[in-house]
Design a protein. Sequence first.
Length: 124
Amino acid sequence: MHTVARTKPFDAAAKQAGLSEDEIFDMITYLAENPEAGDEMVGTGGCRKVRFAGRGKGKSGGYRTVTFYSGETMPVFLITVFGKGEKSTLTGKEAAGLKALTKLIVDEYKKKISSLAERRGLAG
């Protein structure tokens, strides 16, 4: 299983979309087992759109979760979520924003890991 990290924007969007903690738990469990799930979103720096069924609604009445996974050394990041009927495609500006965000996530994660390694005397 792989680590999955919730972001503040994801939590806010999940609340707005009306997701229960059980539905979020199901998403996290699935993504921990399938970190590369979903369709890659063009122009976003590697974000993926993963479809999830809402409880008792099926996939047609479900949710779309935007995730970012950059490889084995990083968690799967939950970026945002929206109801199927809310949004079908991203604008160029939204895609560019996600691309900038994915770069920031990678850069900040690497800094944090390097800092932890240095503090523990593991940097080499």
